[in-house]
Ligand binder design. Structure first.
Ligand code: ADP
Length: 342
C-alpha cells in the first residue's frame, strides 16, 4: 500500500486546526504546523509513534471505547471531552473529530482534526460559577426582606399596606425566590453538582399531598388524582415534588379557569409513569421537544423557561424519562417515568 501523503501536506500546512494522520496501525505519519504549535511536539519527534503519547489520563474511558467502535465501523467520531497533554506536561481540552479514510473498504489512514477549546470551557465554568455565587448572594437579602415586611405588616401602624398590596408584594418576592432557586439548580446541573437523596417513596401519597397544596392556590381549576392504589418507587422526595409542582403549575398557568387537570399514575413492566393532563392551550408540534431545553418559552404567558429543563435533568438523574403529548388548542399531557422497585 502506498502511504505517501506528501502532496497533501501543503494543504494541511496552512489549516488553522491541528491535524494528525496515522497509518491503519495508529502510527503517526503526519502532523501539521497547527498541531505542532498546539502540542509543543515537532513532526520529527512524533513520527512513527502512537498518539497515546498525548493521553493525559483525564479523558473519560468511554470516549476511547466509542471512538474505536465508530472507527472500526468506518464512521467518524466527534468528542468535546478529550483532554490531552502537551510536551511540557500542561493539559488542554479539544474538540476532536476522528475519521477513517478507507479504500476498497479497508482503512488506509486515520485522521484527527483538533480544535483547542480549553479557553471556551474555562469561560463556561466561570460563567456557571458566577451564576451560582450571584444566586446564593441574592437569596439571603430576599429572605430577610420578606421576613421584615411580614413582621412590619403584623404591627399594622408601621406599614400602611392593604392586604391586597401585601399579597402582591409577597407574590413578587416568591417569584423572585423561585427564579433564584431555578438559577441555582441550573448552575448545579451544569457543574454536575446536583446530588439526590434516594428513599423508598409512596408516589401516590406524594401526588396527593402536592394536589392538596395546590388546590388552595388554584381554586379555579379542578384537580383530580386518578388513582387510589399506592405506587412505590425509589426517588428523591424533594426533587420529585419539585417536578410535580412544576408540571401542575404549568398545567394551571397554561389552561383556562374551570377546566380539569388530571393526575394519573400507572405501572408498567419496569417503570411507573406519572401523567399530568390539562385542557389548556397546548403546545405547537414544532416546540414540543424544545420546551425541555434551557430558557425555551413557547407562549406569551411564559416564565423563564427553566422549569421543564430542570425537571428533565432531575428525572434523568433518576434514570427515568420525561415527555409530552400535546395538541394545540386541546391540551397537553406531560409524562414522566421512574424505575419501579417491584
Ligand atoms: P416557564 O413556564 O417558566 O416558561 P417551563 O420550562 O416550565 O418554563 O416551560 C417551558 C415552556 O413550555 C413554557 O414557556 C410554555 O410555553 C410551555 N409549556 C409548559 N407546560 C405547558 C402546558 N401545560 N401547556 C402549554 N404549554 C406549556
Amino acid at each position: 500500500m502506498k502511504q505517501n501523503i506528501g502532496h497533501w501536506t501543503d494543504i494541511f500546512a496552512s489549516a488553522p486546526n491541528a491535524i494528525l494522520v496515522t497509518d491503519p496501525h495508529a502510527n503517526i505519519m503526519y502532523v501539521n504546523p497547527a498541531w505542532e504549535k498546539l502540542t509543543g511536539y515537532t513532526l520529527a519527534e512524533v513520527k512513527g509513534k502512537n498518539p497515546k503519547i498525548l493521553q493525559s489520563g483525564k479523558t473519560p474511558k468511554h470516549v476511547y471505547k466509542n471512538l474505536w467502535k465508530a472507527l472500526i465501523n468506518g464512521e467518524p467520531f466527534v468528542s468535546e471531552a478529550v483532554i490531552d497533554k502537551r510536551k511540557d506536561g500542561s493539559l488542554y481540552q479539544i474538540q476532536a473529530t476522528f475519521y477513517p479514510v478507507q479504500k476498497d473498504k479497508k482503512t488506509i489512514y486515520y485522521v484527527q482534526i483538533q480544535q483547542d477549546i480549553t479557553e471556551r470551557i474555562r469561560i463556561e465554568d466561570l460563567k456557571s460559577e458566577f451564576f451560582s455565587i450571584l444566586s446564593h448572594e441574592l437569596k439571603t437579602p430576599i429572605t430577610v426582606l420578606k421576613l421584615l415586611i411580614q413582621s412590619k405588616f403584623q404591627k399594622k401602624k408601621e406599614l400602611q399596606l392593604t392586604p391586597e398590596e401585601m399579597h402582591f408584594f409577597e407574590e413578587e418576592l416568591d417569584r423572585l425566590t423561585d427564579l433564584i432557586n431555578d438559577m441555582l439548580d441550573t448552575s448545579r446541573i451544569e457543574r454536575n453538582k446536583m446530588r439526590l437523596q434516594f428513599e423508598v417513596l409512596n408516589i401516590t401519597e406524594l401526588l396527593r399531598t402536592m394536589i392538596e397544596k395546590l388546590r388552595m392556590v388554584a381554586q379555579n381549576h379542578r384537580l383530580i388524582l386518578d388513582t387510589a392504589n399506592p405506587y412505590m418507587g425509589i426517588a428523591d422526595k424533594k426533587r420529585i415534588e419539585q417536578v410535580v409542582i412544576n408540571l401542575l403549575t404549568n398545567a394551571i398557568k397554561y389552561s383556562p379557569e374551570k377546566t380539569t387537570i388530571t393526575i394519573s399514575i400507572t405501572k408498567h413492566k419496569l417503570h411507573t409513569i406519572v401523567s399530568v393532563k390539562d385542557q389548556g392551550i397546548g403546545i405547537p408540534q414544532k416546540d414540543q421537544s424544545a420546551i425541555f431545553e434551557k430558557f425555551h418559552q413557547a407562549s406569551k404567558k411564559s416564565g423563564f423557561g427553566l422549569g421543564l429543563y430542570i425537571s428533565k435533568e432531575i428525572i434523568k438523574l433518576h434514570k427515568g424519562k420525561i415527555w409530552v403529548d400535546s395538541e394545540e388548542g386541546k391540551g397537553s399531557t406531560f409524562f414522566f417515568s421512574l424505575p419501579s422497585i417491584d
